[in-house]
Design a binder for this molecule. Structure first.
Ligand SMILES: [Zn+2]
Length: 517
């Protein structure tokens, strides 16, 4: 009999509880931009069930927030997790930076068959919610390979049907990476035609623009005209000024964005809070040199090799850089010893003549061996702060799922949100805390039509973070990137406690986020 009572007691206790989890003594920053208010937050069946004075309520578990901030989990709408998410589905680097939802497929690169990919990752036990865009480069490569020419009407139609398919499979929109092969070979009409296919389903258009420096005004004009003509909202990806020679020009970029908003184009931007970019090595070469994937053959031909070098020198001079010391190797599998070194340092160790010519030879050696992932020091702090202050700039990492200790990744994958909250809110006072949280939550949720996320409100998904704003801090640096952010003591994903009092739990609450849901 006693055994039976012991068995029944937990059942009785559970049945009597009003909620699954009750967070008491919270200072709630609800994601709207409003200041904190005192409340308890109750969770039931993965959703926020009540927010308010819940003195009488009972719950299966109570978490004492002890006056810490309770905010919506952060929504990072600019990530690249294809491939790395499958290896590390818990996505601990994102969770430990307060992120509970990511949108991947940015910069023109996504999975082609999203239905299949969603099905696959759904079974892995996702740490965070995952949604995806469909990428222009992905569909163009499928239809045209890496051909350096405009698309025919028939090819555009085939690309449109691939975009249409992806949207039906739940993509949240369409992305371009117009600085990359093969999207760089397209014209605006092609982008408009494909964006229309996404617009038909209520998708968003995210643009890694054709240029982020000297020709940025033309690039913004193109991106926003796509939105205007195709009839869909535009997110300008990782807005920046990435040329020393035009540092300060972000005021003109923002003025142009405002002009379009006044004309009725729905547009916002996103930004990562660092002065260095991370992308491939090939982007330093003229795009014609990369067509058809034949860089090795072109470099083997003396005349073409010289032509590529001339184009690179011209672009370097335009950038205002004396040499390639702004370029650090993040990952180069043929020679891991290069990782963490600048091109200029590698040139010196290899006994090549110092200066641009030697640097270009180093780059050619690496391109012939398959290329590399790079980190480029290109942005100025005045532009970073000005873009951050713009009210419609969301915080997004442009990062991926990391493997602790592997390679030399950009620290943004570990520390984007913590860095905004510590460096730009607490130390420099560039943003207020509620405004920073808004840019991490309700602003991106609204733009990507993620209904049911991004606010602490009854009925919303229980994606929540608990942190002490005095203690939250990014730890990852360029020299030592593999360090988790500190200060996010609890992170809940759909009501599952993923970070529990600072420790990673085995509970995985992430789901696939399909358009409109
Ligand atoms: Zn990009």
């Amino acid at each position: 009999m006693r055994a039976l009572i012991a068995l029944l007691l937990p059942l009785v206790a559970t049945a009597a509880a009003d909620y699954d989890i009750l967070i008491r003594n919270a200072r709630v920053i609800d994601g709207s931009g409003n200041p904190w208010f005192r409340a308890d937050v109750a969770i039931k069946d993965g959703r926020i069930a009540a927010v308010g004075h819940l003195l009488e309520a009972s719950a299966g578990r109570t978490i004492d927030a002890r006056e810490r901030i309770v905010a919506p989990g952060f929504i990072d709408v600019h990530v690249h997790v294809e491939g790395n998410l499958e290896r590390s589905p818990a996505a601990e680097n994102f969770l430990r930076d307060g992120v509970t939802t990511v949108i991947t497929g940015n910069c023109g690169g996504s999975e082609l068959n999203l239905a299949q990919w969603f099905q696959k990752i759904e079974k892995l036990g996702l740490g965070v919610n995952v949604g995806s865009l469909v990428g222009h480069n992905t569909v163009r490569r499928e239809v045209m390979g890496a051909a350096n020419r405009l698309a025919t009407a028939d090819e555009i139609e085939r690309m449109q049907s691939l975009v249409d398919r992806a949207m039906l499979d739940g993509a949240v929109g369409f992305s371009t990476g117009l600085e990359y092969v093969p999207g760089t070979y397209s014209n605006t009409a092609e982008v408009v035609a494909l964006a229309r296919a996404a617009a038909a389903h209520g998708g968003v258009y995210t643009s890694h623009m054709r240029d982020e420096g000297i020709h940025e005004i033309e690039a913004i004009t193109e991106a926003l005209n796509v939105g205007k003509e195709a009839g869909l909202p535009v997110e300008i990806s990782h807005l920046k000024i990435d040329r020393r020679s035009v540092w300060g020009a972000s005021d003109q970029s923002l003025a142009l964005i405002e002009k379009y908003r006044r004309e009725g184009v729905e547009v916002i931007a996103d930004q990562y809070p660092y002065d260095r970019a991370a992308t491939n090595l090939g982007i330093r070469l003229p795009s014609w040199a990369l067509a058809e994937g034949k860089i090795k053959e072109r470099l083997a031909d003396a005349e073409t090799r010289a032509k590529i070098a001339v184009a690179m020198k011209r672009s370097l001079a335009e950038m205002g850089e004396p040499d390639y010391s702004f370029a650090t190797v993040a990952r180069f599998t043929p020679k891991p010893a290069y990782e963490g070194k600048t091109i200029t340092e590698i040139t010196a160790t290899n006994g090549r003549p110092a200066g641009v010519d030697g640097d270009i030879e180093t780059i050619f050696e690496m391109m012939s061996a398959g290329g590399a992932s790079m980190i480029y020091r290109l942005m100025g702090e005045a532009d970073i702060e000005r873009i951050m202050r713009y009210p419609y700039t969301a915080v997004a990492s442009d990062g991926g799922v990391t493997e602790m200790g592997s390679g030399n990744p950009h620290p943004r994958s570990y520390g984007t949100n913590a860095r905004v909250l510590s460096e730009y809110v607490r130390v420099r006072g560039v943003l207020t805390l509620p405004d920073a949280v808004r840019r991490m939550t309700s602003l991106p949720a609204q733009m990507f039509r993620l209904r049911g996320r991004g606010l602490v409100r009854e009925g919303m998904a229980a994606d929540l973070v608990i942190f002490d704003p005095a203690r939250v801090e990014d730890k990852a640096t360029f020299a030592r990137p593999h360090q988790y952010s500190a200060g996010f003591d609890y992170v809940l994903v759909n009501g599952k406690v993923a970070i529990d009092d600072g420790r990673m739990s085995s509970d995985r609450g992430g789901v696939v986020v399909r358009r409109g849901r």
